[in-house]
Design a protein around this ligand. Sequence first.
Ligand code: URA
Length: 233
Amino acid sequence: MERLDKILSATGRWSRREVKLLVKQGRILVDGRPAAAPEQKVDPAAMEITVDGADIGYRRFTYLMLHKPAGVLSAVEDKRQQTVLDLLPQELQRQGLSPVGRLDKDTEGLLLLTNDGDLTHRLLSPRYHVDKVYYARVDGRLEPSDCQAFAAGMTLGDGLKCMPAGLEILGPDEALVTLQEGKFHQVKRMLAARGKPVLYLKRLSMGDLQLDEDLQPGEFRHLTAEEVALLQR
Ligand code: URA
């Protein structure tokens, strides 16, 4: 059970002060009866809560899929530069969402945003072996020996040991890279270590979740219940 004002303000649509007023005006109904007070304890999973007759559509956590465009930081806030949170409407910005891992400023593609900290941890921890697949275009010619080096687990010039990774060559300078970890600039550093610096990078999937091709760069949508279940597996 949670306080009614906490539930309503977590949707990002009303502030706690507004909830107080709505309660006073009798516009919030809990299981068909006017809410008694903002502090009233309710169970949003079991009770019907409406404002002006409309269900509040409460979900404990929010899960968004964003097609991150190049030029935007994977951060919650930044004094000078635009962040992925700036791409969302105000009501979603107030929900305490964070990106699940970082994509570099110039990297595009699938970025999840959620306020479900447990899921974030599981998706990012190498222990859970969640594949992240990237499309990369490089300056150079990819060869089978690059695939072998990726599969063997590379050690980079600065001593960073990488887990075995996938490199599937699509064309002379194009490949799919599959990682189960996400160290700083990892794809770029691995390919640079092979003498083939990355020119373009886009994340296509994370676990079973694929970037929705209908989303243009900068667009987002809520995950469906099925997609959330895929990630929870
Ligand atoms: N690897 C990189 O080098 N950059 C990214 O943005 C993601 C993975």
